[in-house]
Design a protein around this ligand. Sequence first.
Ligand code: NIG
Ligand code: FE
Length: 412
Amino acid sequence: MKLLFKNIKALLQVRETNIPYVAGNDMKVLPQIENAYLSVEDGRIKGYGSMDNCPIGEFDQIIDVTGKMILPTWCDSHTHIVYAGNREGEFVDRINGLSYEEIANRGGGILNSATKLQETSEEELYEQATKRVASVMRMGTGALEIKSGYGLTLEAELKMLRVIKRIRENYPIPVKSTFLGAHAIPATYKKDKQGYLTLLADEIMPQIASEKLASFVDIFCEEGYFSVDDTHFILNAGKKYGLVPKIHVNQFNAIGGVQAGIEHNALSVDHLEVMRPEDIDALKGTNTMPVALPGCSYFLSIPYTPARKMLDAGLPLALATDYNPGSCPSGNMNFVVATACIKMNMTPEEAINAATINGAYAMDLSDEVGSITVGKSANFIVTSPIPSYAEIPYSFGENKIDVVYVNGLPIH
Ligand code: NIG
Ligand code: FE
């Protein structure tokens, strides 16, 4: 199948030579070709350039996109999209004055979702999750990371991970799986945290390895959840099974989780709403991608990740949704990009870099997606007619997507 898109108002995020990610001042630049063409063959990007050099060969389909722009699909490197039911009751409790922490301390929060998930069949869980996956794809997401962590027992964690595996097998976008057994301490282990950590390391991880159910390992390193020592324990255990760390750190308190992640060469450290100067310094010169989740800050009314300070210090940054029932019940990357510009003072160029190539890096997919580069998957967004790409974050809450293509095929 050969496709030609012609009269593209601007082809965005064009990278002739593939790069793993962009950092610091380089994030201010979004390479583009105005009045461009893009050709696709067998689901991959075949060529692109100025309309002056537009090929006239044989194509199965020629699509005229006059007035519209094309950019790579969003790479959402942090989601908990597999979950059972919702937590809108807790949402109303928060409106009425309870904090996220108070709700968790009453047995709500992650433990509430775990109870629901344990009671839900694998089939039903798959049905619920795939509705969300289809929805985020229509909103422009073309690569996805999904975590476990609402099971908190051997059976329920494996059930979640098998659902993620089925999603990977049945959906056309790349899907990466993360083992987040250390998301909360289940009630049955309340007085025996080490017992729970041992269960994760000695019983669940070997099973994950034998069924190839995850690429990454995660832990919620936070006061009241898991300590820095627990983080070392879990990341060391993960290493034995080839699980690369991507961890939840510095959401409410900075307790040294960033440094622990770096020590274990984490692929990413995520959340970072609370960043001390030493946390920013620690990330300099490492291969660890910091990931901000502005939808979570918005929904919980907590601070936003200090993107300006981090970018101005030369760091890279990725943006992701954190799609989950408790702290961000939305998987809309367009909203994330807009919120990064509006609330975190990121420029549209920085936000688009953060939500495409840097998101791809944060799930080890930057050879496959995240830029318009020959040979990469033909996963891209065709916008509606827009005057400039700043319109995408500017018109927050509006849909500026005309069609999403995945492997060269339109998603409906
Ligand atoms: O990334 N912070 C930890 N975990 C999730 C939210 C969990 C929940 O409330 O269900 C997060 O925000
Ligand atoms: Fe999360």
